[in-house]
Design a protein around this ligand. Structure first.
Ligand code: MG
Length: 367
């Protein structure tokens, strides 16, 4: 079986809330997503999606996905899409770094593998745990009271896990964490994600001020070493995200006991193949995980659901339904949230069909 063509489609994903804001005044109004289509000589086509959180979150940007595909795509023609470890090594040989560029192709090839095998990607990633997976809701950074109201509103929709976007002014962030903790109920979980936004002295103030709150602290500072310094000064459970982008970093952070939970984003690692490797390592080490991506629409959400539901339930801290944040549906068959949870499709592959009328004409075409 051979790859015969690669196409990419650009799609805008506006937000129901109008704007998504996080640390240091960063925000996105309309997400720029890329849908990747991989065609084969067997007549089976696979789809993937890559959507950076704007250009200022990870070392990734939307136009870079398309530029990177132009760079490596022509050299992938003729490769077997079902030999995913080999394909991953080939992509790493062709382009050093830039994992997010490779993620969409890798996801599309898992879709192809599932369709050829007649099995959902979830089964191929290790097996399906439970009926569904638990979701968190990201609470965009807003004035204190507005964030508490938004948590209450999303709680009423069924979410029980909330990720507060902090990493702004430390005094405001302390107030945010306290205000939100008051609208939660027993069993709910609260994460304060600073997205690298605090300096060490600010992070130290925040963790001291909220030490009696039942809250997880996520990625307080920019560097791994700064986060470790804060980790050593707090007894609160600790999540790492932006700094953990490779197997090497997982091993290092595990050896340092630097995290209780790690955030595995598919495109941060370079696709499902590498995210699975990271997931399996964390499962073996007993480290709980949030399974998600940087952002995305229906196809990303489907890929997340397959990886999340093939993760042992006790090790899955939480997952994400990005397709419920946007106003545009780009594929049929994607998971739909019910009571704060979602399930991976039972259909072969990712179980999605792109809405070609929404995707329009391809912006990248490689044959
Ligand atoms: Mg995070």
């Amino acid at each position: 079986m051979k790859i015969t063509g690669i196409k990419a489609y650009q799609v805008d994903l506006p937000l129901k809330e109008g704007k998504y804001s996080w640390s240091e005044g960063k925000s996105v109004d309309v997400f720029d997503s890329t849908v990747i289509e991989v065609q084969t000589d067997a007549g089976v086509t696979g789809y993937g999606e890559v959507c950076p959180l704007g250009p200022v979150y990870l070392p990734a940007y939307a136009a870079g996905v398309r530029a990177g595909l132009q760079e490596i795509g022509p050299q992938l023609i003729g490769h077997d899409p079902t030999e995913l470890e080999k394909l991953t090594r080939t992509m790493d040989y062709l382009l050093k770094g830039h994992p997010y560029v490779k993620s969409g192709i890798d996801i599309a090839c898992w879709d192809i593998l599932g369709k050829m095998a007649g099995l959902p990607v979830c089964n191929l990633l290790g097996g399906r745990y439970g009926d569904d997976v638990v979701l968190y809701r990201a609470i965009s950074q807003r004035p204190v009271q507005e964030m508490a109201e938004n948590v209450a509103a999303y709680r009423a929709e069924g979410y029980r896990r909330f990720q507060l976007k902090v990493g702004g002014n430390a005094d405001d962030d302390i107030a945010r964490i306290h205000a939100v903790s008051e609208v939660l109920q027993p069993g709910d979980k609260l994460v304060a994600d600073a997205n690298t936004g605090w300096l060490v002295h600010e992070a130290a103030r925040v963790v001291n001020a909220v030490r009696d709150v039942d809250v997880y602290i996520e990625q307080p500072c920019a560097s791994y070493e700064q986060c470790r310094a804060i980790r050593q000064r707090t007894s609160l459970p600790f999540v790492l995200d932006e700094n953990i982008d490779s197997i090497e970093m997982i091993l290092r952070a595990a050896a340092d006991r630097a995290m209780d939970v790690v955030n595995i984003k598919i495109s941060k690692f370079g696709g499902l193949t590498k995210a699975k490797q990271a997931r399996d390592l964390c499962a073996s080490l007993g480290i709980a995980m949030t399974i998600e991506d940087s952002w995305g629409g229906d196809i990303t959400t489907a890929a997340i659901a397959h990886l999340a539901q093939s993760t042992p339930t006790d090790l899955l801290f939480t997952s994400t339904d990005f397709n419920s944040y946007g106003t545009v549906c780009i594929a049929d068959g994607a998971p739909q949230r019910v009571d704060g949870r979602m399930a991976a499709s039972l259909e072969p592959g990712l179980g999605i069909s792109p809405r070609m009328e929404i995707l329009g004409d391809p912006v990248v075409q490689i044959q």
